[in-house]
Ligand binder design. Structure first.
Ligand code: ADP
Length: 982
């Protein structure tokens, strides 16, 4: 019988076996083979495999198409089916004479090669789709959308590969070549099974695969976008500012890939990297990104297994566990050979990475008192966690933990390899985020413009969680609110309104003026849950707890609570607030709106150190409170949250929200609470003021801010009441206010400025080593008139920030000193300094060290200096002004009657520059110190200086270390002039 006849005769049976079981896989395999041997061309394939049609009609279409192609085609179809179908299904069927389904000649294009090798490729790529997609993504052949379309979870891995191959064909020859190259590479880099070192057992590989896919699934989307299905992490992730301080105190900027890398390592013996940042700065998101990229083999490629942990979830693990149980129960269960997989981890600690998100949310503060190093012994979770962090257990496994800075005490710091600071979004990052959020460019532009018009809001957007809210609530924002958002409370009220509006039954979701009152019941229930949780360091809630607080499914559907995204094996649903700041906000709403709250609720928030757990939280969230945890330790985690809550309470009690709260809270109660807040703030400030030491004789009266000073200032700012700010500041009497290393970003600058502007007498404001940036610098303008000196060393400020600062500074009579060492200043800012020097004849000190000022900038500065008769200190250490710059400055300063100190250290100044400075020396009657270390001055230049010094009696020292002189020359020249130091 011919193949034609065989197909015709057995059509019904052949149809049944190809469609049996309902899986399209046999048909797809047959199609792969027929494409490879060119029985089918691409157009045939497209006409046969129509996903929207039932499988059996696809198969019928295949039979029809092949039947029409003649006898050879029919025999190849039978051969393909014979090859694909399992033996038991072939019983009773006849496939004709044996023939091999082979491709013909080697194709000459990559696209045709993919077709010819399709059956093999489907097998090869099945276990490696992520890698292939990543190669296509990084070379730009695929977009994220293409990748998502390939990896839709409804498809089996083989179907995903076929979709990938189809898409590559559609993209053209370059994509096909990229894929072939990738396959070639993976063939050559695949570990050689003969090589013992590289040998990974099949079980370990299987476990890795399972871990990768569960980590990928867990990190694919952001919880704040949960449910909307609009964004994957790829779509919205925006790089945050990451910094690390190296051994010499220099700040280095890091990329995501450097978090685990060697950059900034301070302690080689430790293996824990800490990423610290304030609430909402993006710590969890950063970890999530690391997880996702690892799962896709796009980053951390030397890490074989990555185990992600969430400290908030570890809080609810009350069993004693061994390390093995911790890894397998909380991250990923090995389907086979648990012992073998665990032994592999123990034997290869350098191939594993553990991450611990939210160390600050772990109920117990870190201690290193109890040592534990046995991976199989069961111990309480805190002991396990702390010993992992210390490296007593599993030395050599790299760990990345995240935390808010307050929760990291000295005992933990001791075990850190390095501490990376996450400082939120840069101004460019904010733009980028808004553009990613709004696919409509016109809308993105409107949002960005509205932020630029409201720089207070812009400064808030440096904190990603607020950037998310502001961007999400753009309609409310652009639609014009009664109150222009200025504070975190304003912004959080926006998100509250937005969520209620989303669920509003009214047409177009418009909310009435009394929207808060309408939803008061829900707000109070959520608020109570939030507050009790905070007080007990509990951030994850069971359905039972929700029920007990009276929360219904409808309340949950509003979206403030989300399901916990959890890898561990649990059988009940658990919930958390969208973000910890939102939990704090609801807690604050409860404190303000609950009519039955006890009178001490407000004061307890402002004095967390004296706080007792309320009876209520002990009763309702009993399971969260571990009796073995001493109360003192739990304060470590609670204080920052209660401080944020206190900030929100201050904001809600602000006069600005009086109308909104009017119907929700009796005026008398509200007023009592306002009084309590004001009193607490005033008391808190008094405590700070009392701590100011008496000034040592001859020194300025100075206050070094303690950690909660900035928090109190932020609470005062939230109240938006000038008289409160004024009253508080009236009592502060200092000449110098030191706020170095205090995590001051743009948001803190806004608050500081709002409050400090009411100081009675001018102060020196020292903000060195913070993250003020250009936006923060602009926020400082309202208090500039009360600053006689402004110290902004190491603060990421650029020319634009300086322009705005000086424009205002020029008009401030008291403003006399500025220090800007180590910022991002270039020649573009020197014209503004020149203008300042020209117009302000009482300006005393200008320090611009370690920026990028060249000879051009120096020439511009010189222009201003030539008109100035007040400057005493000029520092330009570590710029690039060269001889030309030195000549210009020397000429401009020749006639100065005030200059005392000049530093041009490390500026590429040679002998020509030195000779020009010699002229300055010969004329100056005031200059006392000239610093010229680390330049390239040779003997000739020094001789000029010596000549000039002969005519000058005011100069006390000229520093010349590290110039172009031999030791003999140095000795000889210093004998000629004792004021020279080599
Ligand atoms: P933290 O862990 O520091 O409290 P999160 O990582 O939870 O902060 O960030 C809060 C929210 O801010 C996220 O849910 C997300 O909406 C947004 N976000 C944070 N970092 C980023 C980022 N890098 N890219 C995009 N959005 C971010």
């Amino acid at each position: 019988m011919t193949a034609h006849q065989l197909i015709l005769k057995q059509r019904a049976e052949l149809l049944a076996v190809l469609c049996g079981g309902g899986s399209a896989e046999p048909l797809d395999c047959v199609l792969d083979l027929l494409l490879a041997c060119e029985v089918l061309v691409w157009e045939d394939y497209l006409s046969i495999r129509v996903v929207e049609k039932p499988l059996c009609s696809n198969v019928r279409q295949l039979f029809d198409v092949v039947y029409d192609k003649g006898e050879d085609a029919c025999s190849l179809l039978l051969a393909a089916m014979n090859q694909v179908l399992p033996e038991e299904q072939k019983a009773g069927l006849c496939f004709g004479k044996e023939c091999a389904v082979l491709g013909k000649n080697r194709p000459d294009t990559a696209t045709l090669t993919l077709l010819a090798d399709r059956p093999v490729l489907v097998r090869k790529l099945r276990d490696n789709i992520d890698g292939a997609l990543n190669a296509l993504l990084t070379t730009g052949c695929f977009t994220i959308k293409d990748c998502d379309a390939v990896q839709l979870p409804v498809y089996t891995p083989s179907q995903q590969v076929r979709r990938l191959l189809d898409q590559v064909r559609f993209k053209g020859e370059t994509a096909a070549k990229t894929l072939l190259q990738y396959l070639e590479q993976t063939e050559t880099t695949r570990p050689n099974p003969e090589d013992k070192e590289n040998h990974l057992s099949a079980n370990c590989l299987l476990y890795q695969k399972k871990l990768r896919s569960s980590v990928a699934a867990q990190s694919h989307s952001l919880s704040t976008y949960g449910g909307t299905g609009r964004f994957s992490l790829d779509d919205i992730y925006t790089d945050g500012l990451l910094e690390v301080m190296d051994g010499s105190g220099e700040t280095l900027t890091l990329g995501l890939e450097d978090v685990v890398g060697p950059l900034g390592t301070l302690n080689e013996d430790a293996d824990t990297v800490l990423v610290s940042g304030e609430a909402g700065s993006g710590k969890s998101t950063l970890l999530q990104r690391l997880h996702l990229l690892w799962a896709r083999e796009a980053l951390l490629t030397n890490t074989f297994l990555l185990f992600p942990f969430s400290c908030r979830k570890l809080n609810s693990e009350h069993r004693e566990l061994s390390l093995k149980e911790l890894l397998f129960l909380h991250c990923c269960w090995p389907d086979r050979s648990q012992d073998e997989v665990f032994q592999f981890i123990l034997d290869h600690p350098n191939l594993a990475l553990f991450t611990f998100d939210g160390l600050d949310e772990f109920k117990q503060g870190f201690t290193d008192e109890e040592r534990h190093c046995c991976p199989t012994k069961q111990v309480p979770i805190p002991i396990l966690l702390f010993n992992l962090l210390q490296g007593t257990l599993m030395k050599g496994v790299m760990k990345v933990a995240t935390s808010r800075p307050q929760a990291v005490g000295p005992s933990l710091k001791h075990y850190l390899r390095k501490e990376v600071l996450l400082k939120g979004f840069s101004p460019g990052g904010i733009d980028c985020y808004v553009k990613k959020h709004h696919s409509d460019p016109a809308m993105a532009r409107r949002v960005i413009e509205s932020l630029q018009a409201n720089t207070v809001l812009l400064s808030l957007c440096h904190i990603p969680v607020f950037c998310w809210i502001v961007t999400k609530c753009h309609q409310e924002l652009l639609g014009g609110q009664d109150v222009i958002p200025q504070t975190i409370t304003d912004v959080s009220l926006l998100v509250l309104q937005h969520f209620f509006q989303r669920k509003s039954p009214q047409p177009q979701g418009v909310l009435g003026k009394a929207w808060l009152e309408e939803h008061l019941d829900t707000v109070l229930k959520l608020g109570q849950l939030a507050l009790e949780g905070l007080e007990a360091s509990c951030y994850v809630f069971s359905g039972y707890e929700l029920q007990r607080n009276g929360l219904t499914e409808q309340d949950v559907s509003l979206g403030f609570l989300i399901y916990c995204n959890d890898l561990s094996v649990t059988d009940c649903k658990r919930y958390e607030f969208l973000h910890i700041t939102l939990q704090c906000f609801f807690a604050a709403l409860y404190v303000v709106l609950n009519r039955n709250s006890d009178r001490s609720a407000v004061s307890r928030l402002f004095q967390p150190q004296y706080r007792q757990l309320s009876g209520l939280s002990q009763r309702c969230l009993g399971h969260c409170i571990d009796s073995s945890v001493e109360e003192v330790e739990s304060h470590v985690t609670e204080t920052p949250n209660l401080q944020i809550t206190a900030q929100f309470v201050s904001g809600l009690l602000s006069q600005r929200h009086h109308n909104l709260l009017l119907e929700c809270c009796p005026t008398a109660v509200r007023e009592r609470k306002v009084k309590q807040v004001v009193k607490s703030l005033s008391k808190g400030m008094q405590r700070h003021f009392k701590s100011i030491p008496r000034p040592v004789e001859g020194e300025k009266k100075s206050m070094h801010a303690m950690p909660s000073f900035v928090w109190l200032i932020k609470c005062i700012y939230e109240m938006q009441d000038n008289s409160i700010a004024q009253d508080t500041m009236a009592k502060l009497d200092v000449e110098h206010l030191k706020l170095t290393y205090c995590n001051i970003g743009p948001v803190e600058c806004t608050a500081l400025s709002y409050v400090l502007k009411y100081l009675r007498n001018p102060v020196g404001l020292q903000l060195d080593n913070n993250s003020v940036g250009d936006v923060g610098a602009e926020q400082l303008l309202p208090c500039l008139h009360i600053c006689h000196s402004l110290y902004l060393r190491n603060n990421n400020i650029s020319d634009e920030g300086i322009r705005k600062l000086l424009e205002k500074g020029m008009k401030c009579e008291s403003f006399q000193k500025i220090a800007l060492f180590n910022n991002n200043l270039t020649d573009a800012c020197t014209q503004h300094f020149a203008l300042l020097l020209k117009s302000k004849q009482n300006f005393l000190s200008l320090r611009l060290g370690n920026n990028n000022i060249t000879s051009q900038g120096a020439e511009q500065l010189a222009e201003g200096l030539s008109y100035n008769q007040s400057l005493q200190f000029l520092g330009l250490w570590g710029n690039k002004i060269g001889d030309r710059g030195a000549e210009a400055l020397a000429a401009a300063l020749k006639n100065s009657t005030t200059l005392i100190w000049l530093s041009l250290v490390d500026n590429g100044v040679g002998s020509a520059g030195a000779c020009a400075l010699a002229k300055l020396i010969s004329q100056s009657k005031t200059l006392e110190q000239l610093w010229l270390n680390k330049n390239c001055i040779s003997r000739e230049g020094v001789e000029c200086l010596i000549e000039a010094l002969k005519m000058n009696s005011s100069v006390k020292e000229v520093w010349l270390r590290g110039n172009n002189l031999s030791p003999e020359e140095e000795e000889e020249l210093s004998k000629q002039e004792s004021r020279l130091t080599f």
